[in-house]
Design a protein around this ligand. Structure first.
Ligand code: PLP
Length: 441
């Protein structure tokens, strides 16, 4: 099931918005004749480079990263790790099978377990909550602000003596307010895990996302900036965190290559799953990584053309951007006073054949029935058996502000391959629709 279908069946991603999409442009003349469509970025850039990487692995007969027939290892995953660390300006990078695996690996590296609390945003992807529970720890939700990312002020109110980690997620290409988050974490002696799944290639204060906290993770699944269909990565500057991550993702072993990268082994075996990446994925990701900056530059350029074209609109309310230079520009989000207004905007934009939608790609986690009921794989799962775990309440009561904000914003998705005409049409549609909706309020 693709993510759109998955989100549709999960029934919460669009916050119950019933938006009429077949209404006509108010003046009978839509801005575009045919609907504008944003696509999957990474695959739009697939060419001979990805094909050649796959052929290299195929002809080597060594799809497994550690060994195989012959004496010519393709070393695709190893090369990807080296180049990814360089791009993200971290000492170490580890390739894994998915962003979810990367989150589990990062939490294991940070030694998070039963009795520990991890603060996460109420609006993010399932993997964030699931990875904390799978570590046996207790997820504690904080509200988002108008950046759609975790609200630093609310983090402070959620810290207890059991809090170990702040899991921040840079959602839909937009960096979190990292200066404030790092200050809070330093004061509370907490670790910061940056989830950059939805913002691969974005930056904050000129630094690549993922390199600012203690450990960072990325997803390389099809909805992300670059992709091999599935894939993930963990980055850190700390050799002990790197060794723990490398061991965890590979059953507890530290292979000679990773021992060399770490400089030496500092810890022994412990128990872990198998999240190793295969060489075919490594090859495709190596080719995609070579295009990351071109993809990011193109999508940012398109978003900036739109921002520039609408900046003089009276009363314009954009999503809060803690670092406008660093965001990807994945979508142009505008805010409204009410949900009704927002839904009318979406409907009117679609009538102009320009896509607009509520914030997407994440879920308001605390209101999912299985989360509210704390359903785990076993009734004695340690996350919820402690006094605190039993007492903690999820549900809509723990995130009213998150629900309100997400109900009042809508975005036009951007694509690196949009033409100047496409972005002109986005500007024209927003200029035609937004003022009339805002004025009518
Ligand atoms: C914020 C966030 N974190 C983690 C993940 C997990 O990544 P993956 O799908 O590669 O497991 C996703 C996936 O969409 C995500 O959006």
């Amino acid at each position: 099931m693709d993510r759109r279908k998955f989100l549709a069946t999960s029934g919460v991603a669009t916050l119950g918005a019933k938006i009429v999409s077949n209404s006509l442009a108010a003046d009978g003349k839509p801005v575009r004749e045919k609907p504008l469509k944003a696509d999957y970025w990474g695959p739009e850039f697939y060419d001979e480079k990805e094909r050649q990487e796959l052929l290299d692995v195929h002809s080597s007969h060594r799809p497994f990263r550690w060994y195989g027939p012959g004496d010519q290892p393709p070393m695709k995953v190893a090369s990807f790790e080296k180049e990814f660390a360089a791009r993200m300006q971290t000492r170490f990078a580890l390739a894994v099978t998915s962003g979810t695996a990367a989150l589990q690996t990062a939490l294991a590296a940070l030694e998070v377990g039963p009795g520990d609390e991890v603060i996460l945003p109420a609006w993010t992807w399932h993997s964030c909550f699931n990875s904390i529970v799978l570590a046996g720890a207790l997820p504690v939700f904080a509200e988002i602000d108008e950046s759609f990312n975790i609200d630093p002020a609310d983090i402070e109110s959620k810290i207890t003596p059991q809090t170990r980690v702040i899991m921040v997620a840079h959602l839909q290409g937009n960096p979190c307010d990292m200066d404030r988050i790092i200050t809070i974490a330093t004061k509370g002696r907490l670790k910061v895990l940056e989830d950059c799944a939805q913002s691969v290639g974005a930056s904050y204060g000129g630094r690549p996302l993922g390199s600012i906290g203690h450990i960072g993770i990325y997803s390389l699944q099809i909805n992300k900036t670059i992709t091999a269909g599935e894939g993930g990565a963990v980055v850190t500057n700390d050799p002990v965190l790197f060794e723990r991550a490398a061991r965890f993702h590979d059953l507890g072993a530290l292979r000679p290559l990773h021992e060399k990268v770490a400089g030496q082994s500092r810890i022994g075996w412990f128990v872990g799953p198998n999240f190793r990446m295969n060489e075919f994925s490594g090859g495709v990701l190596l080719a995609q990584l070579g295009k990351l900056d071109a993809i990011v530059d193109a999508v940012r350029r398109n978003a900036r053309r739109v921002y520039q074209g609408i900046r003089d609109l009276p009363g314009l309310r954009l999503r809060h951007l803690p670092d406008p230079e660093g965001e990807l520009g994945a979508a142009i989000f505008l805010g409204f006073t009410t949900k009704e207004q927002r839904d009318r905007y979406i409907s009117a934009m679609r009538a102009e054949n320009v896509p607009a939608q509520p914030p997407g790609g994440s879920v308001i986690l605390p209101i999912l029935p299985h989360i509210e009921k704390k359903v785990t794989v076993h009734p004695a799962w340690p996350s919820f058996t402690s006094q605190r775990g039993k007492a903690i309440g999820y549900g809509s009561g723990c995130c009213p502000r998150t629900i309100d904000i997400l109900n009042r914003f809508a975005g036009v998705p951007m694509d690196p391959k949009f033409t100047v005409n496409d972005t002109d049409d986005v500007v024209a549609a927003i200029r035609k629709v937004y003022p009339t909706i805002v004025r009518a309020s």
